[in-house]
Design a protein around this ligand. Structure first.
Ligand code: ZN
Length: 60
């Protein structure tokens, strides 16, 4: 069980919306973490490609 951030009533773990006030449950930290990791992976790849291109230009 987790707590609704809006009305502070208890809601079920699998519920996406609060049964008491109807607000969307924001407490799913796994999805936020996955999205943050995805952004970091994309930024990492961009930096790696930029470094690769930069090293080609420098050592030509
Ligand atoms: Zn609520």
């Amino acid at each position: 069980m987790k707590k609704c951030l809006n009305c502070h009533n208890m809601v079920k773990e699998e519920d996406n919306f609060c049964r008491h006030c109807g607000i969307k449950i924001q407490g799913n930290n796994h999805y936020i973490l996955i999205n943050v990791l995805k952004v970091f992976v994309i930024i990492g790849w961009i930096l790696l490609i930029l470094l690769f291109v930069a090293s080609f230009i420098v050592y030509k």
